[in-house]
Design a protein around this ligand. Structure first.
Ligand SMILES: C[S@@+](CC[C@H](N)C(=O)[O-])C[C@H]1O[C@@H](n2cnc3c(N)ncnc32)[C@H](O)[C@@H]1O
Length: 316
């Protein structure tokens, strides 16, 4: 399946005002360059830096971005390494950043990547195929307690203990469909009919663990905010509550000014607001969009704008 980018109008509306005068647009999760092409079309003076840790995504994007030759640089790396990536790129002002998190439809559909529970593939799930940790290591070699922790924390799965026990008992687990069947059978029959496919949460958990998805966002997003030029904007689209929580918290902290008690005569905490939040509540797709593109169903978009000068709180 082709990847259909999510919330495209919102992404363009939010990023393009910051890119009218040119400068760098950094797409930290380039994928198939769906969003990137729309932003390049709407902001003709902007230059794109596209990052992805999956070489297959970058290769595909190279073809899609051929018409924009001279305006595009592609980087195969993880966005958690943003400070080093930006240093290599020189000092063009960074005017816009997009994080469209998770995996793309072609990654999910390609059985050999091991992301999907509907088709048989190896226990892989690595976005970057040259990293060593794969789903096989987690499923077949983690201790039962660690496996339970991963499934419970990253899958928010209430039957994590039963699933971890069943997986350990079934070792070696050989494929994605075998894994999905073990998970399904470990869950009480009465609850299997609710909340989508019974293995969805366990697959999400394993993917997050294998790719350190939350750790990457916790490192990459503050680095992006730090590097933004004043008036530059950052947009994050997340697909589950754990990612959305990291985005919300990171933006709230960056938007927070002085935290001294109100009766302090002068600021002693030294905290400064560096952004203003552009989305008081997360933006979500319309019913029409989720009808057309079921992948959009869980999407939440948050955005901030970098302030010209750090701003303190009331007491500053
Ligand atoms: C949802 S897709 C992005 C789709 C893209 N916006 C489009 O319109 O085609 C997410 C992409 O981000 C990449 N990715 C996820 N985490 C990453 C990370 N930490 N660093 C770099 N790329 C990452 C994945 O490999 C995938 O290609």
């Amino acid at each position: 399946m082709e990847h259909e980018p999510v919330l495209t109008d919102r992404v363009v509306e939010l990023l393009v005002p910051a890119l009218h005068g040119g400068g760098l647009f950094l797409d930290a999760t380039l994928g198939r360059a769906g969003h990137a092409r729309l932003v390049l079309d709407a902001a003709p003076a902007a230059q794109l830096v596209g990052i992805d840790r999956d070489p297959a995504s970058l290769e595909e994007s190279r073809t899609h971005l051929a018409p924009y030759e001279g305006r595009v640089r592609l980087v195969r790396d993880g966005f958690e390494n943003l400070p080093a990536i930006l240093e290599r790129l020189g000092d063009a002002p960074l005017r816009g950043v997009l994080f469209d998190l998770g995996v793309s439809s072609p990654q999910l559909d390609e059985a050999s990547r091991g992301f999907g529970y509907r088709s048989t593939g190896p226990l892989d799930m690595r976005m970057n195929p040259s990293q060593s940790l794969s789903a096989n290591d987690v499923v077949n070699h983690y201790g039962e307690r660690d496996l339970e922790r991963v499934i419970s924390r990253y899958g928010e799965e209430r039957f994590a203990r039963r699933i971890a026990r069943a997986l350990v008992d079934a070792r070696p687990v050989g494929s994605t469909t075998e894994l999905a069947d073990i998970v399904k059978n470990a869950i009480p029959a009465a609850t299997r009919r609710t909340g989508g496919h019974p293995a969805r949460r366990t697959f999400q958990a394993l993917r997050i663990e294998v790719n350190d998805e939350l750790g990457a966002l916790e490192r990459g997003l503050p680095a992006a905010i730090d590097a933004l030029d004043s008036g530059g904007r950052a947009v994050v689209i997340s697909y589950h509550s754990l990612e959305d929580r990291v985005a919300k918290r990171t933006f709230a902290e960056a938007a927070k000014g002085c935290v001294c008690p109100p009766d302090f005569p002068i600021c002693t905490c030294g905290a400064h607001a560096v952004v203003r939040v552009l989305t008081r509540r997360p933006l979500v797709p319309t019913a029409e969009e989720t009808e057309r593109n079921p992948r959009a169903r869980s999407a939440k978009l948050r955005a901030v704008e970098k302030l010209a000068e750090p701003v303190g709180g009331d007491a500053a």
